[in-house]
Design a protein around this ligand. Structure first.
Ligand SMILES: Nc1ncnc2c1ncn2[C@@H]1O[C@H](COP(=O)(O)OP(=O)(O)OP(=O)(O)O)[C@@H](O)[C@H]1O
Ligand SMILES: [Mg+2]
Length: 236
């Protein structure tokens, strides 16, 4: 497993739901016993019905939800367990593209600021280098230089998702979790965004976890597809 970028070993994320006033607290097993592996440069498709725990799994890999049980290793670093993961290091390794680009972008930040802030935070180069990286990333996702000073509401849905993708890739991560990256978009532009993701994967040597309801999309883009049922993954 030396060349594994991500390994999940019997991962479980359970939520306590309800209250003592409304009939007691129950355990909701959103993710229960998931074991899988993603290698560098590989695309793993993850499909499953609504509510089966796909987004919960993504958040656990990002280190944003604490697993109830099991192990997560990203780039040979254990991110589950009692010591919280090093967020700065994690951000350079794993990033996420969200379903709704509007909700996931800060409405008060221009595209330039959205892309430049992570670079500055991670101490990447001087002002000129930050600007060059921002412009380069914008070009890679198909945005024009004059878009740099615009705010999210001034873009179309497809362009907004391009900004979301640029933000995810600006720190050159190794793994990108795409959680339903096109399902909020008009059907006519879905293929464009999927193709852009595929081009960038090859160009930047990325690995993806491609989460989708749509088995067709998943099969088209992925090397392997894992099917998630309520709780465990049964086949992959
Ligand atoms: N913070 C939380 N607290 C309690 N329950 C939660 C929490 N987050 C998610 N859940 C529950 O966990 C289950 C899995 O949710 P999740 O969002 O992971 O599903 P999903 O597979 O991504 O669904 P969709 O395809 O609709 O996006 C759902 O039943 C949901 O209600
Ligand atoms: Mg989801």
């Amino acid at each position: 497993m030396a060349d594994s970028l991500l390994t999940l070993d019997d991962l479980a994320v359970h939520f306590m739901v309800g209250s003592t006033f409304s009939g007691g607290v129950k355990t909701l097993k959103a993710v229960d016993g998931v074991t899988l592996e993603v290698k560098a440069g590989e695309c793993l498709g993850l499909v499953g019905e609504s509510g089966c725990g796909k987004s919960t799994l993504a958040l656990a890999i990002m280190g944003l939800l604490l697993p109830t049980r099991g192990l997560i290793h990203v780039d040979n670093q254990q991110i589950s367990g009692s010591t919280p993961p090093d967020r700065m290091a994690m951000a350079r390794t794993v990033q996420m593209v969200f379903q709704d680009p509007y909700a996931s972008l800060n409405p008060r930040q221009t595209v330039r600021r959205t892309l430049a802030d992570p670079l500055r935070l991670h101490g990447v180069g001087d002002k000129a280098e930050v600007e060059a990286r921002v412009m380069d990333m914008m070009a890679k996702v198909g945005l024009r230089p004059e878009h740099a000073d615009r705010y999210p509401h001034e873009f179309s849905g497809g362009q907004r998702q391009r900004i979301g993708i640029a933000r995810a890739l600006i720190l050159k991560p190794k793994l990108v979790i795409c959680d339903e990256p096109v399902s909020a978009l008009d059907v006519s532009i879905r293929a464009q965004i999927i193709n852009l993701l595929l081009e960038l994967k090859d160009e930047m040597g990325l690995a993806y976890i491609m989460i989708s309801h749509d088995l067709g999309v998943c099969e088209h883009v992925s090397d392997r597809v894992a099917v998630m049922y309520l709780g465990p993954i049964r086949a992959h």
